[in-house]
Write a protein that binds this ligand. Structure first.
Ligand code: MG
Length: 248
């Protein structure tokens, strides 16, 4: 079966964004006068909860303290809004760049007519800021579908965001390949029936990737390891072909 579209996750996959997300959350806490700080270890745990607002809600719920009115429903919304603004500032200042091989893949896919899409739990504003910063003003138009954030009822590891992306692309799951970095992302893509390449990221290095078509540390590793693989896109085509053949 021919590879018709590549569907990419954003955070950890297209770019190592999580340290900037963490810095932005901490800035939002300081700006609100809250004595909270998410260190790397805590943030690694909190990443098991997908979606920024959901993560905040989970953290606040786990505190069990009365230093702020944690029952205030507007607290999560206002912190998340401030965090998104802080993140956008960091990204526009060039704090985040695409991971190795992705710019090449995007160029090759566009020139050879393989469609590109994004399926992410992060908000649309975050995605747009990253694509503009990394790929220029035309960055967002490289992706035919950008399915982001709150457009589905259930975030990853539920398959909803992938099912929405497939519907917008009008493609069957077997014509697509997902690129993810995390266990939750892999579960979401597989539950939607899509073969999945894992490109491990800083925070997902030790996740369980059973069921992935392949696991690599960087995208361009595929070229070195997959003869005849003269291009990353050809390596992905080969991987997709094998994965769909094996799944019958
Ligand atoms: Mg991710």
């Amino acid at each position: 079966m021919e590879l018709e579209a590549i569907i990419c996750d954003v955070d950890g996959t297209l770019a190592e964004t999580e340290e900037s997300h963490r810095a932005a959350f901490n800035q939002a806490f300081r700006d609100a006068g809250l004595p909270w700080h998410w260190d790397k270890s805590l943030y690694g745990e909190l990443l098991k909860v997908t979606g920024g607002k959901e993560r905040l809600r989970h953290f606040i719920g786990s505190l069990g303290i009365k230093t702020v009115n944690t029952a205030d429903p507007s607290l999560v919304a206002s912190l998340h809004e401030r965090k998104t603004a802080c993140y956008g500032e960091l990204v526009s200042r060039g704090a985040v760049s695409l991971r190795s091989g992705f710019e090449t893949l995007i160029r090759q896919a566009r020139s050879e007519g393989v469609r590109l899409a994004i399926a992410t739990t992060t908000g649309l504003a975050n995605v747009q800021a990253l694509l503009r910063s990394a790929l220029g003003t035309e960055g967002c138009s490289c992706f035919e579908v950008i399915a982001a954030g709150d457009t589905v009822a259930h975030k990853k590891p539920a398959p909803d965001i992938y099912l929405r992306t497939l519907a917008q692309l009008r493609l069957a799951p077997r014509s697509c390949l997902a690129v993810e970095d995390s266990h939750n992302g892999l579960r979401a893509a597989r539950a939607a029936g899509i073969a999945t390449l894992i490109v491990r990221s800083t925070y997902s290095r030790f996740d369980d990737f059973a069921g992935a078509a392949r696991v690599v540390d960087e995208l361009d590793e595929l070229c070195a390891a997959e003869p005849p693989g003269p291009s990353i896109l050809d390596a992905l085509r080969l991987l997709h072909q094998r994965a769909t053949r094996e799944s019958g």
